[in-house]
Design a protein around this ligand. Structure first.
Ligand code: C2E
Ligand code: CA
Ligand code: CA
Ligand code: CA
Length: 274
């Protein structure tokens, strides 16, 4: 049995080595793709509860020649590990703002922030200069940030987000309800919107508990003067419940999937060809 045990340990060590090796290989491929400017942004519409589209969320896409499509939930943590996320995040900010500035309709553009970007010394001036360079009105930009992202260095994050907000940029708390300290965050951070996580929305029409949580979050949002957004809305039944409960905005496959902006050219008023 002892020999068998040692064999298992060796097996696990080999397995760990392989996983580490795979991760490093993926990180190397990502770095190469970033340097070749091969990442892409897809855009998903965000609408008022009435259905009127008021903006888009930019979502990263990495389509690797050999690996195929690698989901952001896989490669963003890797980029955070190597620090490459700063370069990627800056590119997302620049690209999304440049794109939005070219639209004839003054719709909002939401981007996702990694916590590491807030630690970049010059994040506030970066946002400021990107807005100026593109002549984009600050209130068209929405920064989406998860509460987990704020946990690391609380007071520093508060101060940076307040300064960004002072530029006129809007701030949304992403994935609301999935973290631990949502309620205290709502008090300290200058949020304009809360996005209710899609896990609650997907169970909305099937599970009384999810429905109760969503209703409570919507009431909380209204009382705190925050815009409430439901994520991952897929069915008309979900939409009806959200409308009855007073949700302000929705996003999800029911309204539109994340796609290249060309697919939404008519909505944003985009002239064809870049
Ligand atoms: P997120 O910010 O919560 O984005 C919403 C995710 O839900 C997206 O997944 C979107 O494609 C998906 N989704 C939207 N509507 C529906 C729906 O009706 N049903 C279902 N089942 N899913 C829906 P995606 O694009 O795979 O992105 C995953 C996560 O990766 C994002 O979650 C965000 O945390 C992160 N991410 C994406 N782009 C960026 C980026 O530019 N920077 C950073 N830091 N993170 C990003
Ligand atoms: Ca988001
Ligand atoms: Ca989310
Ligand atoms: Ca998420």
């Amino acid at each position: 049995a002892k020999a068998e045990g040692r064999g298992e340990i060796r097996f696990f060590e080999a397995e760990m080595d392989r996983m580490l090796h795979d991760r490093r290989a993926l990180q190397a491929d990502l770095a190469l793709s970033v340097s070749r400017n091969e990442l892409q942004l897809f855009y998903q519409p965000q609408s008022r509860i009435s259905g009127e589209i008021i903006g888009f969320e930019a979502l990263l896409r990495w389509d690797h020649l050999r690996r195929g499509f690698v989901p952001p939930n896989t490669f963003i943590p890797l980029a955070e590990e190597t620090g490459l996320i700063n370069e990627i995040g800056e590119w997302v900010l620049r690209e999304a703002c440049r794109e939005a500035a070219s639209w004839r309709k003054p719709l909002q553009i939401a981007i996702n922030l990694s916590p590491l970007q807030l630690r970049q010394g010059d994040f506030v001036s970066l946002v400021h200069s990107v807005l100026l360079e593109n002549n984009l009105a600050p209130d068209r930009l929405v920064l989406e940030i998860t509460e987990g992202a704020l946990m690391d260095d609380y007071s520093r994050a508060v101060s940076i987000l307040r300064r960004v907000k002072a530029l006129g940029v809007r701030i949304a708390m992403d994935d609301f309800g999935t973290g631990y300290s949502s309620l205290s965050y709502l008090q300290s951070f200058p949020f304009d919107k809360i996005k209710i996580d899609q896990t609650f929305i997907s169970n909305l029409d099937r599970n009384a508990q999810s429905a109760a949580i969503v209703r409570a979050v919507l009431a909380l949002g209204h009382n705190l003067d925050l815009i409430t957004v439901a994520e991952g809305v897929e069915t008309p039944e979900q939409l009806t419940i959200l409308r009855n409960d007073g949700c302000n905005e929705i996003q999800g496959y029911l309204i539109g999937r994340p796609q290249p902006i060309e697919e939404y050219a008519a909505i944003v008023g985009r002239s064809t060809g870049k």
